[in-house]
Ligand binder design. Sequence first.
Ligand code: PLP
Length: 429
Amino acid sequence: MKFIYFNIKEYKEAVSMSEESYIQQLFAERIGGENFGKEDVIYKFEKIKRAKAAAKEAHPDVELIDMGVGEPDWMADEGVIETLYEEAQKWENRGYSDNGIFEFKEAAAEYMEEVFGVERLNPETEINHSIGSKPALAMLPSAFINPDDITIMTTPGYPVMGTHTEWLGGEVVNLPLLKENNFLPDLDSLTEDQKERAKLLYLNYPNNPTGAVATKEFLKEVVEFAKENDIVVIYDAAYAGLTFDGYEPLSFLSIPGAKEVGIEIQSLSKAFNMTGWRMAFVAGNPLVVNAFATVKDNNDSGQFKAVQHAAAYALRHPEITEETAEKYSRKHDLLVEALQELGFDAAKPKGSFYLYVPIPKGVKGGPEFENAEDFSQYLIKEHLISTVPWDDAGSFVRFSVTFVADGVEEEKRVIEEIKDRLSRDEFVF
Ligand SMILES: Cc1ncc(COP(=O)(O)O)c(C=O)c1O
């Protein structure tokens, strides 16, 4: 879990200026109790941020190449922006939207059918909007998890649903995503007790951070597994539209029987370059959708209707996603080729904007890397290339092909620059 919302140094200074406040004694155990904010552990993303700042200060004239960012470099489509502008001026759009407007749900049902071949969902009972998929993942455990119930998660991965499961007194079982298993979890490794107590199974494909995609065969197994063990599947499809090289966008809901066992969360953040707009939807099993809507209604009052109209426009223009995916595919090609030439075991993924690469052992005549964090720090400090390290199931770094580059020539230049910098080292694998 990430605790840090402030600059730690400033926070500590601000807190130590006064006598210890009684407020410090009141923090809930789930965020650290009376020790909240006092820990000296620096979390991964804070370390990256600091290393980036230090490298920039040490080499102010060298371009920092940021391959660590998990969000698109493009703006939202012009049509989406214009729709927002028009809809924002309408009196009827000014107020709370609660569980959402029908037009968006209808556009979502059409989108699922057109892009993923999902049999037409009922917009009223099988779809509900969410202010991004992150809040949906945060709220869903409230609908299911009692103390001691289990949520099965995959690691490395996006941890939000696990954090909230634990906050509710539940337990998380993490299944490792290993290269030898194509980064798919081994459901057979769960014990009888775990299967008995599990209520939720979280899956995310195309996957962050591995870039792996799911096969239909695997998803069929998931449906069987869920039915056999009475488990609800929460399928995080944040990158579902961003696929390439012949792998067609795949929805969990396109698998026979999937709607009986779970829901999918689709996000407009990555597929439509709309991270800041905060729009997503849950779709699938009406019992789960209704439970989600109930929890959500007790958390927020819905996204601004004008944003929902703009999002409906986006869903009716899936070519925006196709064009975006083409760009990522092209950037992946360039990066994979460059890393392979340098000796890295880099394989282009079939989806997402993440390239997940095993770390080298070290540099000839230079440092050895104990883990991915070591290697990632080295890349920032020595080469001003920012990546995200993962040491959860093997040691890998994640390169995001969301680095800013305006056009193909600029993309090539950035990749050449990376190659040039890294070729000064002789990596040992
Ligand atoms: C796997 C995964 N799920 C969900 C999210 C959150 O997306 P949203 O912007 O829809 O909240 C992200 C964002 O990085 C993600 O990587």
